[in-house]
Design a protein around this ligand. Structure first.
Ligand SMILES: [Zn+2]
Length: 359
């Protein structure tokens, strides 16, 4: 989050804006100056970009607040130059809930469009007088209205990772198993993506980029849902590691390097007086070496607030939580006692084994 500027919090959802957004603003100013555009025009264009991105934030809040209704919280909303991203704690698996959460975003833009259209009609705007692609005080609201309509339609394209892809999946999942519904929706998305790429090659390079973005997004979603389906029905205790490498908190990093090279482990349990108190990862060892040397004490780089999960937790839920919280390893706890660890590599291997067995 260091690369994003914190804007504020509404309904417990933090809003950030990514630093690359400033590049977009800079590009607008420079390209307009090179075209010898008057300062007034540049200011209107910038105001339009801010207005549009405010609508994108409202779109993401549509998703976030709809999810909140189903008890799903949103970590944060980040604004990127290509649009917004709402990081939901999880996606609703009930098709009807997923349908509403996915629809809520585009519906916000449709709402804004209708609202602005009414205002424009009431004040009696004359649409004949507009110069094409020229934003000023007269055309500002009209362009904002049109942009919201385009945003809604674009997001409703039936292709992952667009909202429309989720809408399609949710509709299919009312009748079909989720993994199969995802496969079909993903396939439709990829066909659409190829059409974009093909059409774009002869007409508009931006469509090629959008096509590639959709194609990869669809593949990732199908892959992810399939992997999750292999974890279904299993608990954390089925995949956890009871055998693990331990290191004393006050040992030097050289000890850790030795174990790293001797074993297949990439995560270690750090102990103090025979009690597990933290974790040490390969990355942390390397970081420790970069900032110091191999005599650096393990306690300097280890993580002493490990993520904790219960043995009886659903494996799929643990996997998703670890991904959202960006934890590569977790302490597995039973009746309040430390039992073992679960790491991402563990889960990946578990998925590999289950998918091999299912063939
Ligand atoms: Zn959306």
């Amino acid at each position: 989050m260091k690369l994003s500027l914190y804007l504020g919090t509404y309904k417990r959802v933090k809003v950030f804006i990514h630093w690359t957004f400033s590049l977009l603003l800079l590009w607008i100013v420079i390209s307009n100056l090179r075209a010898n555009a008057p300062v007034e025009d540049i200011l209107w264009t910038l105001l339009f970009v801010f207005g549009l991105f405010f609508c994108v934030i409202l779109h993401e809040f549509g998703h976030a607040l709809a999810a909140q209704k189903y008890g799903i919280s949103t970590q944060d909303i980040t604004l990127l130059p290509i649009g917004g991203v709402a990081r939901l704690e999880k996606l609703p698996e009930d098709p009807k809930q997923e349908l509403w959460v996915a629809l809520a975003g585009p519906l916000v833009n449709v709402g804004i469009f209708l609202f602005l259209a009414i205002i424009l009609t009431v004040v009696g705007t004359d649409f004949q007088n507009f110069e094409a692609m020229h934003i000023d005080a007269n055309s500002f609201l009209m362009y904002l209205a049109v942009a919201n309509l385009i945003l809604a339609l674009f997001n409703l394209l039936p292709a992952f990772p667009m909202d429309g892809g989720r809408v399609l999946r949710a509709l299919l999942a009312i009748k079909l198993p989720r993994a199969q519904a995802t496969k079909i929706a993903g396939g439709i998305g990829q066909v659409l993506a190829l059409a974009f790429i093909f059409y774009g090659l002869f007409n508009n390079p931006i469509l090629v980029l959008i096509g590639i973005f959709i194609f990869l997004g669809a593949a990732a979603e199908v892959n992810h849902t399939q992997q999750a389906s292999f974890l279904k029905g299993f608990k954390v205790k089925d995949a956890m590691m009871l055998k693990f490498q331990i290191l004393a908190f006050d040992a030097p990093l050289s000890k850790a390097i030795q174990k790293l090279l001797d074993s297949q482990a990439t995560h270690f349990v750090v102990v103090r007086d025979d009690v597990a108190v933290g974790t040490l990862s390969k990355d942390q060892i390397i970081q420790g070496l970069q900032n110091g040397d191999e005599n650096t004490k393990i306690e300097v780089v280890a993580d002493f607030s490990p993520y904790k999960i219960e043995t009886e937790m659903e494996l799929e839920e643990a996997w998703k939580n670890m991904m959202i919280k960006k934890r590569k390893v977790a302490f597995v706890i039973e009746n309040g006692h430390f039992l073992g660890i679960l790491d991402q590599d563990n889960i990946t291997e578990f998925i590999l084994v289950k998918s091999a067995l299912s063939k």
